[in-house]
Every structure is written in structure tokens, then in C-alpha cells.
Design a protein around this ligand. Structure first.
Ligand SMILES: C[S@@+](CC[C@H](N)C(=O)[O-])C[C@H]1O[C@@H](n2cnc3c(N)ncnc32)[C@H](O)[C@@H]1O
Length: 721
């Protein structure tokens, strides 16, 4: 894109057509003051649109709603933090988090941080992997879990054991947790016009408990001293302040709601609400007492601002008889108190049992409701989307009763059913009776699901009753089950895990330890000893290791912990692809070639297989992809290429007489992966990356990779075999 293109944009849409977002640190975020439709349809924006599409594809920019970028900014991310993004797909906030941890990175140096990006839906995980791949990071793990049950991988029996004399983590704990939960989405109404027709209060009511459960799990996994950001793109208090109030009630003095009014001062925000009503099928209820008897199982006490009714509904009972008696009065299907005993993960909790009232006023400051510390970003303040954000700070470990509460609700709602509530329930097509029947069906399906879950897991169930209306069983945390099986040396466990992975379409993660192959790679590419490969290479295939991925030390430690606890974490993607097995018959002595994604990490430590090309020859390579040695403009380069042993190599753009060491450590160095064939040099760079280099480095405008044949599988090396 040229300055002429930019002038055309401001001629058409005014001087502030593209302007920086003042509240975003470091001028890194910009706002486009025209619509997506205008962007697609306006002639003057054509080349700007192309530029955006292309830069997004290669990972230089991310396009998203401005307000959606706010939540990660309140996490106070540091380069050595462990970060969990609980509901991460499609990954725009994950990308931001990754940018933050890599911000001060020098070439070849990895931050100590780790990001786990999780999503419940496998297909959404694929999208997440695709979108974060652009970052080429070794510090990311993409996982596929219901966030309500995200495993803690605890090796410690109790809290005191976690830190006692251990150098490596004994349990998963995070410095930052981003809890950007699924919600009814009314905050997107400006750009998503269909939302006007689709939205109804049942959607929000249907999400409330799932949101509480996910966020409570987030708090349980948060380190003491860490921050958790809870956010939604909804303005519905049932999904926002009501959830935060319930979190404060359940976690008592272990968690505080932070006043962050002095952070991002330029961001216009409004305080959280302290009063609201709950709508159910068109009727407004002020307190839970107003809810008709037959709706009390759907409209929960915690949805109301009144601490009294919610307190009654959710007090932690240590006396199980009282609990049971209470639960029978409370509700038939939805009652979180109903399950009389829970075996949940209590790693990282203190041993005192609190009978404290879960009234959120215990978190209040003066007479002001603490909920005013929540932030509401409304569309008309900054001409954008709406977002709700609350920043929580963990002060002490949850005590046993609070953990008990977390575990107890873990299996109550299956996400698919809750999402089903939103997706299947269409108000315009459903009669009130159908709506009611439908919701009851979902609730009972949820209970059936629970039964099925435990039957499938073949657990020994104490106190089990076949009465569908009063499920009284020992609820085992699936994590604990898998761990105990591993410890007892059950060999069928590994098979079960493999089956589980296969069912999910996920291959297990295996450390790549083939010393002979590693030595061969190290010697072929001249990789310096200071670039640690030991324990940092993993693969996903048991036979033949087609691709080898590079992982950071933090990811390595986590994978080791995960192995020790019987692979509780289901890993969809990990690390950055660094080496790929090739099928070339050119007589190459190394079975692996470099991947362009891993090049920037490895290049500063490579001492062999590097060629330096003049701008003319570099451009020629990018443009034609395959060039005969004799056809390079610089005959010296052609000779050097020809005298190199066949196989993978790196070609560096070299202007003038640069020192090889300074080139390697200079972040502005441009290098590409190539293949030295029998008589040609072949480029192994994806079409978008070539396009970017050609257009923005060499100003080569007419490049259209769409027209190229046989270029789709450039990574497959078909063209050089
Ligand atoms: C609001 S979107 C997240 C947007 C994302 N944070 C971003 O910035 O790109 C909510 C996500 O939660 C996922 N989800 C729904 N239920 C879930 C659950 N129980 N556990 C984990 N993820 C869940 C959905 O698949 C969806 O991708």
C-alpha cells in the first residue's frame, strides 16, 4: 500500500478515517471509521482492503471489534506469566496475549511465559489453531476442554505440598486467567443486526450458571496474587454483575473485585449495576420469591441482586442432611446442592472449612456496592461495541468448602446443552408451552448426561439412586480418576487415553527423543549448543515423526507435569513447527528440512547451510520460486548454491557487506527457507509470505499467487522431489 492509497482513503472518509485508539498502550491499535460493507464495496478502499486482508493473513495485524481488545489489557501480563485463556476461540484475545509476552523478545530468545488457549468445541479449536499459527510461537498450547472442568494436573496431595522443595510445578496454577465466557451477545447488536430479532432473556438466563461455573474454575486455577478478568459481550446483568456477585459470594474473602479506574484512563467506561430485575418469559421478577414455583429451577437465586435470596439458595452446607433437605425443597432438577458428596480436586486449597455467609456485601467498600467496580463499555460512549469487564484478584487459596462448591457444579450443566438452549430455542417460532417443555427437556437431558458420564467412566458409585429426580451419587472429578488409574499402573489407561484422543481426533503429544536424528539435524544445520533442543522437541505421530515441533521450557515443564498425571490435558496443538521430514531423492544427508514458521527462532543459532543473496536474486527467487543456478544475476551466488550439498538451506537477503553474526542477530534480517536441488534453488515459503515479501519489501505490485499452479502444497516438497 502506498501513501497515495492512504490519501485516497482520507479523501473519501475524512482525515480521521484511520485513527489510533488513544486508550490502547503504545499506539498499537487503530480504528477504521468506516463499515465492513464500505470496506468491501468502496473503490477508494480497494487497495487498503487488500492490504488489511494480506497483513492479517501473515499475522502482522489482527482485525477485531475495538472493545473486544480491552479484557487482556487488564490482566497485567508479564513475560514470565502463566496465562489461561479459558474460552479462547476464535483467538483474537489469545493473539493479543501472545503479542504481550513476546513484546520485549530479542531474536532467538523465548520468554518464560506460557499461554494455554482453550475452547470446548473441537471445530472452534481448529479456528483457534489457524488464527494463532500466524504468531509462530513456541509458548502456546491449544487445549480442548469444557472450561468448567479444566484439569489442574495436581501431583500434590494438599496445598502445603505444592511448593515444598519442588523446582518444577506440582500443580497447574496461572498468574492470569482470561474468562471471556460464552454469552447471549447483545453487545454486538450494532454490527450483528440479526441479534435484534434473535435475542431474548432466556438466552442470558440459560448461560448464567455455565458462566458462574467456568469463572469459579478459573478462580480455582488462579495463583494467589494473580488476576482474573471476567468478560462478556453482553449488557445483560444476569450474565454480568449477577455472575460476579455469585463469584464473590462463593469465594468469600479469597477474592476481591478490583477497582481499576486508574488503569487505561482514556477508556470511557461506566460502573457496574447494583440493582436489576430478572425477566422470565416476558415477566419481570424483582427477587427470587417473585419467581413462580414451577420456574424456580430455571430462574436461580444467584441471578438476582438481592443477597438474601441468593444467600439462601447457595449457602455452603457442611451438614449433608440439611443440604439434602434443603435441596429437595429448592428444586427438582437444577439444584446445585442436590449432590450429597463430591470428590473434587482440592489441590491448592487451605484446610479450613468456612461456614461464612456468601453475601457479596462482605466485599463492599464503604456503602458503595463493590459491583460498581465492574466496567460497562456501552456502544454510544465510544461509537463501537459493548463489553462487560470485571477484574478479580485472588487473595488466598479457596478453602475446602469453596472448592467443594466448584466441584459440585462441575458436572451439572453440559455446555452443549446450554449452547443448545440458545441455538435451538427460537422465540419467534416457539409457543410458550413449547418453550417450557423444551427447557425442561434440556434440564433433564443434562441430568441424563451426568448419569451417562459416570456409567461410561465405569466408576464405583456410592449412594447411587436410579431415581431420575434425585441424583445422589459420588461425583468423581475425571482428573482424579485418570490420575489414580495411572498411579496404580493400569496399562489399559494408556489405551483408553489413546482411544479418547482418537475419538476427539487429537493425537497424543510425544517428546521427540531420537538422538541419532537430532544429532544429524544439529550437525547438518550447524545448530549451536546454546540453542537447547533437549526436551524441547515434540511430535504428534508415534511412527516416523513427520513433523517436529519446538516448545519453550515452560511448555516442556507443563507437558512433563501432564504426563505425570496421566495426560489430563487434551492438547490440540503445541509449539511451533520447526522440522519436517522430506521425501527428496536428491541425496540429502538429513531426513528433515526446516519449516519457515520455525526459522526466526532457529536462525540466530544456525551456522551452516546459509547463503547470502543480493536483492536482485532474492527477489527473483521469490518471484519465480525455482531458479537454475546458472540463471542468478550474481554468478558468485549461483556458484555457492551449486557447491552446497543438496538439501534444505536458508537464503538471506544481503545488502552490502554485512557481517554474518550481525545479520543473524538483527531482527530486521529477511531470510527464507529454500531447497538446494540437483540444478535449481527452490523456495519453500507459503504464497502469502512470499506475496508479503515481494509487495512490501520489493514493491512488486502485480504478484498474484492465486494464479499459480501446484503451489498449494509447497510444504509437501513435491516440487523438489
Ligand atoms: C465469546 S467466545 C470467546 C471469544 C474469544 N475469547 C476471542 O476473543 O476470540 C466464547 C467461546 O467459548 C466457547 N465455549 C462455550 N462453552 C465453553 C465451555 N464450557 N468451555 C470452554 N469454552 C466454551 C465457545 O466455543 C466460544 O468459542
Amino acid at each position: 500500500m502506498t501513501s497515495g492509497d492512504l490519501w485516497r482513503v482520507s479523501d473519501e472518509f475524512g482525515e480521521d478515517a484511520i485513527s489510533p485508539l488513544t486508550w490502547y498502550p503504545g499506539n498499537l491499535a487503530w480504528r477504521l471509521n468506516f463499515s465492513r460493507k464500505q470496506l468491501r464495496k468502496t473503490q477508494a478502499l480497494e487497495s487498503f482492503h487488500e492490504f488489511l486482508k494480506h497483513e492479517s493473513e501473515v499475522g502482522n495485524i489482527t482485525r477485531q471489534e475495538a472493545v473486544s481488545m480491552v479484557p487482556p489489557l487488564f490482566l497485567n501480563v508479564q513475560p514470565d506469566h502463566y496465562i489461561l485463556d479459558m474460552c479462547a476461540a476464535p483467538g483474537s484475545k489469545t493473539f493479543q496475549l501472545l503479542e504481550m509476552i513476546h513484546q520485549s523478545k530479542e531474536p532467538g530468545l523465548l520468554p518464560r511465559a506460557l499461554v494455554i488457549a482453550n475452547d470446548f468445541k473441537a471445530q472452534r479449536c481448529d479456528l483457534l489453531i489457524h488464527n494463532t499459527k500466524r504468531m509462530c510461537t513456541a509458548n502456546l498450547i491449544v487445549t480442548n476442554h469444557d472450561a468448567q472442568n479444566f484439569p489442574s494436573c495436581s501431583l500434590a496431595k494438599d496445598h502445603s505440598e505444592i511448593y515444598k522443595g519442588h523446582h518444577k510445578p506440582q500443580r497447574l496454577e496461572f498468574d492470569c486467567v482470561l474468562c471471556d465466557v460464552p454469552c447471549s451477545g447483545d453487545g454486538t447488536i450494532r454490527k450483528n443486526h440479526d441479534m435484534w430479532r434473535k435475542w431474548n432473556s432466556s438466552m442470558g438466563n440459560g448461560f448464567h450458571l455455565l458462566q458462574v461455573n467456568i469463572a469459579m474454575r478459573g478462580i480455582a486455577l488462579l495463583k494467589v496474587g494473580g488476576r482474573m478478568v471476567y468478560s462478556t459481550c453482553s449488557m445483560n446483568p444476569v450474565e454480568n454483575e449477577a455472575v460476579v456477585a455469585e463469584l464473590l459470594r462463593r469465594s468469600g474473602n479469597s477474592v476481591e473485585l478490583l477497582d481499576v479506574s486508574n488503569e487505561l484512563p482514556e477508556l470511557v467506561r461506566r460502573p457496574g449495576l447494583s440493582t436489576w430485575k430478572v425477566n422470565d418469559r416476558g415477566s419481570w421478577c424483582q427477587t427470587h420469591e417473585d419467581v413462580p414455583h414451577d420456574r424456580k429451577n430455571v430462574i436461580l437465586p444467584s441471578m438476582f441482586p438481592s443477597s438474601k435470596s441468593t444467600h439462601e439458595g447457595h449457602t455452603v452446607y457442611n451438614n449433608l442432611d440439611a443440604n439434602l433437605e434443603f435441596s429437595m425443597n429448592f428444586s427438582r432438577n437444577f439444584n446445585i446442592e442436590e449432590m450429597s458428596n463430591v470428590n473434587c480436586d482440592t489441590g491448592g486449597v487451605s484446610s479450613s472449612i468456612s461456614t461464612q455467609s456468601l453475601d457479596y456485601t462482605s466485599n463492599s467498600v464503604g456503602s458503595k456496592s463493590p459491583l460498581s467496580r465492574c466496567m460497562r463499555i456501552v456502544p454510544h460512549d465510544q461509537d463501537g461495541g459493548a463489553f462487560f469487564i470485571a477484574v478479580l484478584h485472588k487473595l488466598s487459596p479457596l478453602n475446602e468448602s469453596q472448592m467443594f462448591e466448584v466441584g459440585k457444579t462441575e458436572h451439572l450443566l453440559s455446555t452443549e446443552k446450554t449452547v443448545g438452549l440458545q441455538e435451538q430455542y427460537r422465540p419467534d417460532k416457539t409457543t410458550p408451552v413449547e418453550k417450557l417443555t423444551h427447557q425442561h427437556r434440556i434440564v433433564s437431558e443434562v441430568l441424563d448426561d451426568n448419569k451417562l458420564l459416570f456409567e461410561q467412566k465405569n466408576l464405583s458409585v456410592d449412594n447411587q439412586t436410579s431415581r431420575g429426580d434425585n441424583l445422589n451419587e459420588v461425583i468423581m472429578d475425571p482428573d482424579d480418576v485418570e490420575y489414580s488409574q495411572t498411579k496404580s499402573g493400569d496399562i489399559s489407561h494408556r489405551r483408553k487415553l489413546d482411544d479418547q484422543y482418537k475419538r476427539k481426533g487429537i493425537d497424543p503429544v510425544l517428546f521427540f527423543k531420537d538422538d541419532a536424528v537430532i544429532k544429524n539435524i544439529v550437525s547438518f544445520f550447524g545448530i549451536e549448543e546454546s540453542f537447547s533442543l533437549e526436551g524441547c522437541l515434540v511430535t504428534r505421530s508415534t511412527d516416523n515423526a513427520r513433523r517436529i515441533y519446538y516448545i519453550s521450557k515452560s511448555v516442556q515443564e507443563l507437558l512433563e507435569l501432564n504426563l505425570q498425571v496421566g495426560e489430563q490435558i487434551k492438547i490440540a496443538s503445541v509449539g511451533v513447527k520447526m522440522f519436517e521430514r522430506h521425501r527428496s531423492k536428491d541425496g540429502c544427508s538429513c531426513a528433515y528440512r526446516l519449516s519457515y514458521e520455525g526459522l526466526s527462532l532457529l536462525f540466530p543459532y544456525m551456522r551452516k547451510r546459509i547463503l547470502y543473496a543480493s536483492p536482485v536474486d532474492f527477489q527473483k527467487l521469490l518471484q519465480y520460486r525455482t531458479i537454475n543456478f546458472a540463471h542468478f544475476a550474481d554468478a558468485r551466488f549461483g556458484e555457492e548454491a551449486s557447491s552446497l550439498m543438496p538439501g534444505c538451506c536458508v537464503v538471506v537477503l544481503c545488502e552490502g557487506h554485512q557481517n554474518a553474526d550481525s545479520v543473524a542477530m538483527d531482527p530486521s534480517t529477511i531470510a527464507i527457507v529454500c531447497w538446494r536441488g540437483k540444478s535449481t534453488m527452490n523456495v519453500l515459503v507459503s504464497p502469502p509470505d512470499r506475496k508479503e515479501l515481494l509487495e512490501y519489501r520489493f514493491g512488486f505490485k502485480a504478484f498474484k499467487f492465486e494464479d499459480e499452479k501446484s503451489n498449494n502444497d509447497i510444504n509437501g516438497l513435491d516440487e523438489v522431489t
